[in-house]
Design a protein around this ligand. Structure first.
Ligand SMILES: Nc1ncnc2c1ncn2[C@@H]1O[C@H](COP(=O)(O)OP(=O)(O)OP(=O)(O)O)[C@@H](O)[C@H]1O
Ligand SMILES: [Mg+2]
Length: 294
């Protein structure tokens, strides 16, 4: 199976435009990734040296052709099997950072290193193809990767079971709730067994209860699949609940102004949100966010 298919431009184009893919335009697997060469980077002094870095940004700048500087000297690494959350004001470059990690965009300066293996990308919008059933939407990436029919049906069935969608295989997206559509989006990426997962506010449009339920389900998947995750959110509570580290960005041009270590072991129960220590940790993140808004 080709590497990195979930970040291929054909897939993204199909998902964004909701039009049939044109794999001829950007061949699947075109975005082969180099192995990570950095083995023990510790830019902020918060973490012990790590042997296995999945994703590393090194002094990354991004200025768009119109002169907008989105990112300024961002250095960050995510270890294999680690979940890192990013919070920051609107327009500070969070989505830009994920696009750079997925190679949908190139940095103006600096380096981005991504470990070998498939890369999953979950957008804020579930980006489902409306004419396809749940089963067929979940199979899409495997189909684009040329996985034989029987095998992709099996991969999709596994992902559908993992995301709690059994019984809805033949539904079309319009017959699903917002939370179920996000589950389909997650399931679609899961079929490729990504080693690195990028999440761009995937639950931002959902009500709080649904979001909290999906946070729990996502952590279940994270613990089971052990991918590295980079999770962008506007919710401090969501960031603290999911991640082992929360990175705080400044307003544009975005730079990293703080990292807060989250001192709670996995697995995390929903009740953690009511723990006074959790509230104190979330308060630290909020304070750092606010300090950089003025
Ligand atoms: N293709 C582009 N050309 C020019 N400017 C861009 C382009 N894409 C993004 N920008 C600008 O870069 C900045 C960062 O955008 P980005 O989408 O990364 O922000 P964000 O932190 O994800 O914001 P939000 O929280 O609202 O999603 C913004 O000022 C945006 O207008
Ligand atoms: Mg964004």
């Amino acid at each position: 199976m080709p590497e990195s298919v979930t970040s291929c431009k054909a897939c993204t184009w199909a998902l964004r435009t909701k039009r049939p893919p044109r794999p001829d335009l950007y061949p699947v697997g075109v975005l082969e990734r180099p192995a990570v060469q950095t083995t023990s980077v510790d830019h902020y002094g918060l973490l012990a040296p790590r042997a296995d870095v999945a994703l590393a940004f090194e002094h990354v700048n991004k200025t768009f052709p119109d002169g907008t500087q989105a990112l300024d000297d961002v250095s960050l690494d995510v270890a294999a099997g680690e979940m890192v959350a990013i919070v920051g004001p609107s327009g500070c470059g969070k989505s830009t950072l994920l696009r750079l990690a997925s190679r949908l965009s190139s940095p103006s300066a600096g380096e981005i290193r991504v470990a070998q293996g498939n890369l999953g990308y979950v957008f804020q919008d579930p980006t489902l193809l409306p004419w396809r059933t749940v089963q067929s939407n979940v199979e899409l990436l495997a189909e684009l990767a040329g996985v034989p029919k029987a095998e992709r049906a099996r991969l999709a069935a596994d992902a559908i079971a993992l995301t709690g969608l059994v019984g809805f295989e033949n539904h079309r997206p319009r017959a699903l709730s917002g939370g179920m559509r996000m589950r389909v989006s997650l399931a679609r990426s899961l079929t490729m067994r990504p080693r690195i997962f990028l999440f761009d506010e995937p639950f931002g449009a959902l009500d709080e209860i649904t979001r909290e339920r999906l946070n729990g389900e996502l952590l279940g998947l994270f613990e089971r699949e052990q991918f590295a995750g980079l999770f962008v959110t506007h919710s401090v509570s969501e960031a603290a609940f999911l991640a082992s580290r929360v990175v705080v960005m400044s307003p544009r041009p975005g730079s990293i102004v703080a990292e807060v270590a989250i001192p709670f072991a996995y697995p995390r129960s929903p009740e953690l949100r009511f723990d006074p220590d959790f509230a104190a940790t979330a308060g630290q993140i909020s304070a750092r966010l606010r300090a950089n808004l003025t």
